[in-house]
Design a protein around this ligand. Structure first.
Ligand SMILES: NC(=O)c1ccc[n+]([C@@H]2O[C@H](COP(=O)([O-])OP(=O)(O)OC[C@H]3O[C@@H](n4cnc5c(N)ncnc54)[C@H](OP(=O)(O)O)[C@@H]3O)[C@@H](O)[C@H]2O)c1
Length: 267
């Protein structure tokens, strides 16, 4: 069964496993299956060129699905953000975006302009909540400074057993400030789920723990991500079966001693 978490300090309830769509070519079926498995969050972006597929997927069930999309780093000027949002709404075939994220920080555009446009979109009700992606602690603080009337509710960053850099300062900062971390590339692009030909010591530990819980290595890798209080993982799969497998990463818990062993093996 899928577990849920609240987005940031809001009452919006999101599934611990969301559905990523970068390089997604699976059509509507895997996404629909994911929703059927309890995943109510789909992550897309104007830069993924597949918002239309997401729109097709949620037709008739729009109010049951949380759409997180992104404005590209090259569209962060005030007017550009408003324009990009309008394009996303058209492609998604919807009149609101649940979570609108700044895809990448871009020093070529003053973040003040970007956040003022975000504020206007929230004021108008076109965007429900605002998030960022690939922002450091300082970039988060700066963006929040120019967004005084609302809160940045999420930061989407790379996080998986092999990439734990955010544990130094970003993850604790987000936890302290009730910012949800949307963990992208949570399977390390498949490295943590396709473990058959990897005989490294750390993968041996992953495989052993997977056997212990009667789960797959990928499910353990995703469960490890979402064991962190404010983290939601957004794996991508083009396949219905692998989407079902990924959704099965929620609803159970790795014991503390096994978490410790994973943390040690994947230092
Ligand atoms: N904000 C950003 O800058 C940013 C950057 C990167 C990613 N993201 C988001 O995060 C999502 C996920 O990241 P990602 O796509 O980079 O990597 P990922 O989810 O870690 O891995 C995806 C790869 O793993 C394979 N896979 C998925 N489930 C599997 C399973 N159960 N067993 C075996 N293989 C499996 C997929 O192949 P199949 O499709 O063939 O199953 C695909 O090749 C993206 O789709 C996107 O929404 C955001």
């Amino acid at each position: 069964m899928m577990n849920h978490k609240k987005l940031g300090n809001t009452e919006l309830v999101i599934s611990e496993i969301g559905l990523g769509t970068w390089n997604y070519t699976g059509g509507v079926d895997p996404l629909k299956e994911g929703i059927g498995q309890g995943a109510n969050l789909i992550d897309t972006a104007e830069g993924y060129y597949n918002e239309d597929v997401v729109g097709d997927t949620v037709k008739g069930i729009r109010d049951k699905v949380i759409i997180a999309t992104k404005v590209s780093g090259r569209h962060l000027g005030y007017e550009d953000v408003l324009w990009a949002c309008e394009q996303s709404l058209k492609k998604l075939d919807t009149d609101y975006i649940d979570i609108y994220q700044v895809h990448w920080p871009n020093p070529s555009f003053p973040i003040k302009d970007t956040m003022e446009a975000m504020e206007k979109l929230v004021d108008e009700g076109v965007v429900q909540y605002v998030g960022v992606s690939n922002f450091s602690v300082n970039q988060l603080k700066e963006a929040q400074h120019f967004f005084p009337n609302y809160k940045i509710q999420s930061n989407q960053v790379r996080y998986n057993l092999n990439d734990r850099e955010i544990e130094d300062d970003l993850l604790p900062y987000c936890l302290e400030n009730s910012i949800t971390v949307l963990a992208y590339t949570p399977l390390d692009s498949g490295t943590l789920s396709n473990t058959n030909t990897d005989s490294s010591d750390k993968i041996k530990v992953l495989n052993r723990i997977a056997n212990k819980y009667n789960k797959t290595p990928g499910q353990v890798a995703l469960n490890w991500c979402i064991r962190h209080e404010n983290v939601v993982a957004i794996p991508k799969s083009n396949s219905v079966d692998r989407t079902i497998e990924n959704c099965g990463s929620s609803g159970w818990y790795i014991a503390d001693e096994d978490m410790a062993e994973l943390n040690k093996a994947f230092q």
